[in-house]
Write a protein that binds this ligand. Structure first.
Ligand code: CTP
Length: 413
């Protein structure tokens, strides 16, 4: 895979990022249009939430056109495609920006008031939040506003310093919204610092393999690829060069990820051997078929009177072979799909396949394993560490797993 150009790296930190942009009622609301436009051009998916007051300054239609997404203006309106409308954007967000942020929204956020879509989202999100305050100097300097910003900072929110200059109220002083390019640059700097996997190549396998029996039938499994795709997305978000080696899956390819599609275990084996040689970490989340039909019939098998016996033969164990070939410094991660004796079987696989980490799940549960949005797992490390990961979204599990991979990459370096 070719190295990324400087431009690609700049855009890379925003690519595929879900940014929720809150727009509140200040004259500077028009500048938020350019902020949204710039973020979108850099590859982010921007969802705008306008307060009722903001709609007095800029129309909802403007933001809808610029963002290419539906715009939320009030809490009770239905946002299509989401289950629980009023917190859907809070969960989706990788980053929340409020620009311009009025004294009012700062006060609400500091006090946990949730009386509209934006303040509810701010209370419900776990994503990093940036406020770009813009208001009259006296309001900005008022001890109440300063106190509210201190409270928000103490909770981890980021406050972008307003610029000084002429204000809409006719006076001059501190309180102007920074220029859109400066706001975007500030977010970019923050994201670059988080690009903890920049310069690393991560190979992720995902989905199940399909082993053809005849032109219309195959042996497969219930894997959907969700876990592997979530890992690939998170690794790309952290700046890695990600190769996603996937069996047939119905999922969108995460932004910035290089997809290699395969069907069978043997195809996955060939591609994995090629792509693994220069990979810094390999995460084998695919559900690889251990067996394939010994014969693939060129024509559809016609039914007969009696039973049909199929002979299956062994597929290569990709991870076992990757473990044999593991370079010094390379991190190898496996998954263990079990329905019983989770601890013992997972630990045995960790040893046998020469892994650094193994994620063990009980796939007999409905809320974990195949096809579920959530997963509960135990992370076993070669050094004996064990970590129980409670039921959570697969995206959150991906982040925990990559934290662990990063830590081990740093140790091995
Ligand atoms: N794996 C692999 N190649 C195979 C089978 C499995 O690379 N032919 C990988 C999986 O991607 C996973 C790990 O090995 O990361 C464990 O897979 P799992 O199906 O849980 O175990 P198996 O090794 O196949 O053992 P068993 O089926 O006996 O449980």
């Amino acid at each position: 895979m070719a190295a990324k150009s400087v431009k690609e790296k700049e855009a890379g930190v925003f690519a595929g990022l879900h940014i929720v942009c809150g727009v509140t009622g200040g004259i500077a609301a028009y500048k938020a249009v350019e902020v949204v436009s710039r973020l979108r051009k850099l590859g982010a998916e921007v969802h705008v939430i306008m307060t009722k007051e903001a709609t007095q300054f800029v129309t909802e239609l403007t933001f809808r056109e610029i963002s290419g997404q539906p715009v939320s203006t009030d809490m009770w309106a239905k946002v299509p495609h989401f289950h629980v409308e009023h917190i859907a954007l809070a969960t989706l967000a990788d980053l929340v920006l409020v620009a311009p942020a009025t004294a009012n929204v700062l006060a609400k956020a500091a006090n946990g008031i949730a009386d509209d879509m934006l303040s509810t989202t701010l209370l419900a999100t776990k994503a990093p939040v940036f406020f770009a305050p813009a208001m009259n100097t006296a309001m900005y300097e008022h001890p109440a506003t300063q106190h509210n910003m201190d409270v928000l900072r103490a909770r981890g929110a980021h406050i972008l310093e307003p610029a000084s200059g002429p204000l809409a109220c006719g006076t001059s002083g501190k309180g102007r919204l920074p220029e859109p390019a400066e706001i975007v640059a500030a977010l970019g700097q923050y994201l670059e610092k988080r690009a903890t996997l920049a310069g690393k190549k991560i190979l992720v396998t995902a989905g199940g393999t399909e082993e053809p029996l005849d032109p219309v039938r195959y042996l497969g499994n219930h894997s959907t690829g969700r876990m592997g795709y979530a890992i690939a997305r998170e690794a790309a978000r952290r700046g890695a060069d990600v190769v996603l080696l996937s069996g047939p899956a119905m999922l969108p390819v995460p932004e910035g990820v290089h997809l290699i599609s395969v069907q069978t275990a043997r195809q996955m084996y060939e591609a994995a051997m090629q792509e693994s040689a220069d990979a810094d970490a390999i995460i084998m989340a695919a559900a690889v078929a251990d067996y394939r039909p010994a014969v693939t019939y060129p024509h559809k098998i016609k039914k007969g009177e009696g039973s049909l016996t199929l002979t299956l033969e062994r597929n290569p164990d990709i991870l076992l072979e990757l473990g044999r070939r593991k370079r010094t410094g390379q991190i190898l991660v496996g998954f263990a799909a079990e329905t019983q004796n989770l601890h013992a079987y997972a630990k045995a696989k960790l040893e046998k396949k020469n892994l650094d980490l193994i994620v063990a799940n009980d796939v007999s549960r409905e809320d974990a394993g195949f096809a579920a949005e959530t997963n509960e797992a135990i992370l076993f490390a070669r050094d004996g560490q064990e970590r129980e990961i409670p039921l959570m979204q697969k995206t959150a599990l991906a982040a925990i797993l990559l934290d662990s991979v990063e830590k081990r990459l740093a140790e091995k370096a």
